[in-house]
Design a protein around this ligand. Sequence first.
Ligand SMILES: Cc1cc2nc3c(=O)[nH]c(=O)nc-3n(C[C@H](O)[C@H](O)[C@H](O)COP(=O)(O)O)c2cc1C
Length: 188
Amino acid sequence: MSDLPLFIPVILGTPRQGRMSEPVAQFVVQQISQRPELETELIDIRTLNIPSDDAGETLKDPKFSALMARADGLIIVVPEYNHGYPGLLKHLLDTCLKEYIHKAVGLCGVSAGAFGGARVIQNLLPVMRELGLVTTFYDLNFSSVQSLFNESGELLDPEPQIRRLDRFMDELIWMSRVLRNGRQLGNH
Ligand SMILES: Cc1cc2nc3c(=O)[nH]c(=O)nc-3n(C[C@H](O)[C@H](O)[C@H](O)COP(=O)(O)O)c2cc1C
């Protein structure tokens, strides 16, 4: 069993100008960077420039593919758009498959409304399963996100979010470690 740090990158799942998912993703990265048992980095969907004249693994981006292959787990910060997920996020996720298989994923929903992206998370669950990812029991939810941050992108009341993030990460880290150990045991 490996004691190496887990690599758990954070995907910022919208390219929208003025996106409030960005301070959420930055908060998550900043907090989890402090955990000695893991390494992380922000993957901003806006920077990847996946072409839109095709779909699926033919569009595989070498950098994104390498990050997914290296990852032991994933966090996806996903805004709720008409109760669904941004099309560009799905377009990006569809460019990989074997890179994800039997790895843990934690979902962080972001919404202007009161439900903290609960509906987009429900819609993303079957996609996660089809990609071979294993979802955690806990999600993170940022509701009324437009009123949670100051102009510098800092949470106005960080303590409750830090508590929820710690609980979410405890489970995601446990699952990521268990699945890494399982993958190292070989084919099932
Ligand atoms: C196309 C679109 C559809 C949206 N649909 C919803 C929705 O169904 N429910 C909701 O609570 N907020 C909805 N919103 C508001 C977003 O949740 C809000 O912008 C929030 O800040 C998260 O998205 P962002 O990261 O793009 O800012 C929608 C926003 C856009 C751009």
